[in-house]
Design a protein around this ligand. Structure first.
Ligand code: ATP
Length: 301
């Protein structure tokens, strides 16, 4: 994708952003933009530079070179930061306050905040407003942090691992709320190691490794970077035998179930059927986003 096109109309953008920590190059000329009504997932292994990129956009750290803009301005300007909502991994919430008090306090910073009832409903905080933040479970605290991030009606939301610690139902609920906010025109920059989350939500995925973009595009486009498939079946053919077949990258067996990672499914399936008339429970899976991200970041390394 043409980066200048990707960044035009962006709520937030990095252009050729570089950041070193001493000798270590954390970001090596990164281009990134998030538009209104778009959810961009920033993915990559530990140390890839995701937090550094967010830190630049939030004005928490300064780039060595390149341009960093938030609503067309420097992220250090309060006028730009008024339109963002932020949910980072470490929260820094005054934890002796009750949830309702925290929400009231944060809402008071904004000219036109969301109603208390909306915040409670969107973040799934029913029944929790009288509870002290410090006494909540990790997942409940995470939901409060989400409510605080959206109470000012942000035009751009930064979500750093938002569903860590959430149970399955709370996670699905939060995904639905995020989808609704995006449909209303909010831009979202999401970082997550939980790739199912990116698969469920992202309009665009950016894969970072060692401070550089190694791939970007829709979830489909990223998956298409790897031709790899997984074949699962019950077979009596020895794992060592199958490992030596053409197109088979690896073969393993656990609990009697065999899994083959292959770079072309059809010839391997034909051979399995030909060599084992007793073959059962055959399944062929395409590469998921996690397979693709692992392959892309390994290649970059
Ligand atoms: P993770 O998935 O683990 O959160 P990340 O993609 O967010 O990783 P960053 O935190 O941006 O990665 O780190 C990028 C690189 O910069 C890493 O090698 C990290 O060790 C280094 N780094 C980050 N912050 C600092 C700092 N304050 N001082 C020195 N090095 C740093």
């Amino acid at each position: 994708m043409d980066v200048s096109a990707a960044n035009s109309g962006s709520l937030a953008s990095l252009r050729m952003a570089r950041k070193h920590y001493g000798q270590l190059c954390a970001l090596d000329g990164l281009d990134l933009g998030v538009a209104a009504g778009e959810l961009v997932a920033l993915l990559g292994p530990n140390g890839a530079g995701k937090t550094t990129a967010i830190g630049l956009l939030l004005g928490l750290i300064r780039a060595d070179s390149g341009a960093v803009t938030l609503f067309g301005q420097s992220p250090h300007r309060l006028a730009a930061r008024r339109h963002i909502g932020v949910m980072l991994q470490s929260a820094g919430v005054p934890d002796t306050l009750q949830v309702g008090e925290l929400l009231a306090l944060t809402r008071s910073y904004y000219a036109n905040p969301r109603s208390m009832a909306d915040c409670v409903a969107l973040a799934g905080l029913d029944g929790l407003t009288k509870r002290r933040y410090v006494a909540l479970s990790g997942g409940q605290q995470r939901r409060v942090q989400f409510a605080l991030a959206i109470c000012g009606r942000p035009r751009l939301l930064f979500l750093d691992e938002p569903t860590t610690g959430l149970d399955v139902e709370a996670r699905q609920r939060l995904w639905q709320t995020i989808r609704e906010l995006v449909a209303e025109g909010c831009g979202v920059l999401l970082t997550t190691h939980y790739l199912e989350e990116a698969e469920a939500l992202a309009d665009r995925v950016i894969v970072l490794a060692q401070g550089r973009i190694v791939a970007q595009g829709s979830v489909q486009a990223i998956r298409a970077h790897v031709s790899q498939r997984r074949i699962r079946c019950l077979t009596s053919i020895a794992v060592e035998t199958m490992s030596a077949w053409p197109h088979v990258r690896s073969a393993s067996r656990s609990d009697a179930r065999t899994e083959l990672v292959v770079d072309a499914a059809e010839p391997v399936v034909r051979r399995l059927l030909a060599e084992d008339p007793g073959l059962q429970d055959l399944e062929v899976h395409r590469a998921g986003l996690s397979d693709a991200v692992i392959a892309l970041t390994r290649k970059a390394a």
